[in-house]
Design a protein. Structure first.
Length: 251
């Protein structure tokens, strides 16, 4: 293996490690800016447990500082609100299942009754179009006697929502492409400037400082381009899935 190939491989390894380090850094910043009381409350109100929550797992993997006491207090506060008759009615009214295992006590029968009342209201034909266009997928929650008529209207609304999402994703993809093009132009300029300083950097302290600064800028720009390309790919894949679903709603 010649020297040039070895250098190329080493550069790829360094860039890969740098991008991984940047991703971990930004994940930690995201996690540490989170209001953990509010997040714990949200998890409970969604009818979920803290154990297995994807965002919390990612934050722990990134070794972010998580306020477990705030998270626990928020979850308990959200759970107390979740296990109320009117909250559970709204859960059903929104076409969501009731996580009955989260609620204990004498009012469990009442909660199930209120949830069924909410589901019945959700599954009316007159609610189908607005439910579909709101963006939430159908959870196969409607009673068999209400489902056929509800689904006709739901699918009409769902198709409208999907087409709006596809258009918005296309707009974001184009916007990201412009941002990538701008970042790549800046990246080329920084790399050219680095080449000019490369020889003198070992002999001149000022040149070395400038070279190191440019190196840092290049890494940040490389991360920016990589991140935006990743966003584009996610949006394209999302559009592919949305287009498949549009076809399904037509049958």
């Amino acid at each position: 293996m010649n020297k040039k190939k070895i250098v190329s491989i080493l550069l790829l390894v360094v860039v890969g490690l740098s991008l991984s380090s940047c991703a971990s850094y930004f994940k930690r910043k995201d996690c540490e800016s989170t209001n953990w009381f509010d997040y714990g409350q949200k998890v409970a109100l969604d009818g979920r447990r803290l154990t297995g929550d994807q965002f919390i797992l990612e934050c722990r993997q990134a070794e972010a500082n998580i306020s477990d006491s705030d998270l626990d207090r928020g979850f308990k506060s959200g759970l107390a609100k979740y296990c109320q008759p009117e909250t559970i009615y709204q859960v059903g009214r929104n076409g969501q299942f009731f996580s009955s295992e989260m609620c204990i006590g004498e009012n469990l029968t009442l909660l199930r009754t209120r949830h069924l009342e909410g589901v019945t209201a959700y599954c009316q034909k007159s609610n189908g179009y607005s439910a579909g266009s709101a963006g939430h997928p159908y959870n196969k929650i409607c009673p068999s006697g209400l489902e056929p008529e509800f689904l006709k209207e739901f699918n009409r609304g769902r198709k409208r929502y999907l087409n709006v999402m596809i258009t918005e994703n296309d707009r974001q993809i184009s916007s990201l492409e412009r941002e990538i093009s701008s970042a790549e132009s800046e990246l080329r300029l920084r790399r050219l400037e680095m080449q000019r300083y490369q020889l003198s950097a070992s002999q001149n302290e000022q040149a070395m400082e400038r070279y190191n600064s440019l190196s840092s800028q290049v890494r940040n720009l490389e991360y920016t381009v990589s991140n935006k390309r990743s966003e584009q790919n996610k949006l394209r894949e999302q559009n592919r899935q949305l287009q498949v679903e549009v076809v399904r709603t037509e049958y």
